[in-house]
Design a protein around this ligand. Structure first.
Ligand SMILES: NC(=O)c1ccc[n+]([C@@H]2O[C@H](COP(=O)([O-])OP(=O)(O)OC[C@H]3O[C@@H](n4cnc5c(N)ncnc54)[C@H](OP(=O)(O)O)[C@@H]3O)[C@@H](O)[C@H]2O)c1
Length: 279
């Protein structure tokens, strides 16, 4: 196990950066410069040369509203590239860890177990769901990890998705008043905690399949923002607004909390947020 080669794709993203840290000397990090996953032949050749023991795919088209206009780009990264990676991993006989989202659910039931049926409402959600299908169709050796609202240190890549925490702190610096949606609820996930849980999943050789990994608890965007401002000591007026007042291109589930029925629970999101903002 100590000599395993763990290949992390999308290594300059938020989650990829944390996975590099937890796997330490065993990790090999590639981002777009080292391996563009949309170039199928090149990806296949590079993986065949490297001969990794495990592949972890953190590459994604993550811009939820942007995907409504950039359907092809979202499909290319979230579906086609996943199918290719899964087929390559099957040929090499190695497991593939891949990530999906709570936005594959429609939000009507509010809370979702691993086996619940997706019904995505946005292009982002639809492509991530199709990616899940491609993955399971192309290989048996997969860990499909659904997660939700990542926060933590920003990835090294310039385009790496900025977390809600940074967004709120930036807004607070620019204005005395910040609006946050009160009637949308999600699970929240500290990227370093998720990375460590993924390391355990891989190292413990847990059964392949679907896993839900987030911090414990749930929050509306308003609750999340309130905790961010409390812990960071920012003096702002936080105004609750309804999702209908806050126009965004993509539809989002009203409540899509991921229930984890297979793994030990992670610590509450408030504790993780405190670590992130104060340590
Ligand atoms: N962030 C969230 O709130 C959230 C919530 C639920 C699920 N997830 C899932 O969690 C996973 C990790 O998300 P994340 O937030 O860590 O992503 P991220 O920060 O946006 O990182 C994605 C990485 O992939 C790289 N990349 C993009 N196109 C590529 C290509 N063609 N070939 C190789 N690399 C490419 C990006 O590089 P460039 O910057 O150069 O493009 C970036 O470094 C994704 O599957 C995402 O869907 C995330």
């Amino acid at each position: 196990m100590q000599n395993d080669k763990i290949l992390i794709l999308g290594a300059k993203g938020m989650l990829g950066g944390q996975l590099l840290k937890v796997f330490g000397a065993r990790a090999i990090g590639w981002d777009r410069q080292e391996c563009d996953v949309t170039d199928f032949d090149d990806t296949k050749a590079r993986l065949a040369r490297l001969k990794p023991d495990v592949v972890i795919n953190c590459v994604a088209f993550n811009d939820v509203d942007g995907a409504e206009d950039k359907v092809e780009a979202a499909y290319s990264l979230n579906v086609a590239a996943v199918g290719n990676l899964a087929a390559v991993c099957k040929e090499l006989g190695v497991p593939l860890v891949h990530f999906s989202t709570n936005y594959v659910f429609d939000g009507k039931a509010g809370e979702y177990q691993e086996q619940d049926e997706p019904n995505p409402q946005s292009i982002y959600g639809k492509t991530k769901h199709q990616g899940e299908i491609e993955l399971a169709k192309s290989t048996d050796k997969f860990y499909l990890v659904r997660t939700s609202v990542l926060f933590g240190p920003k990835g090294e890549s310039e385009l790496s998705k900025k977390s809600f925490v940074d967004l709120m702190l930036d807004l607070a610096d620019k204005s005395g008043t910040v609006k946050a949606v009160k009637d949308e609820t999600n699970s929240l996930t500290y990227a370093p905690d998720l990375a460590e849980a993924v390391r355990q999943l891989v190292d413990d050789k847990k059964p392949y399949g679907v896993y839900h990994i987030t911090n414990s608890g749930q929050a509306s965007w308003y609750d999340f923002a309130a905790e961010i401002f409390k812990l960071s000591g920012k003096k702002v007026e936080l105004v609750p607004v309804s999702a209908s007042e806050f126009a965004r291109k993509a539809a989002r589930p009203t409540k899509a909390v991921l229930l984890n029925t297979k793994l030990p629970a992670l610590r509450p999101w408030q504790e993780a947020l405190k670590d992130f903002l104060t340590i």
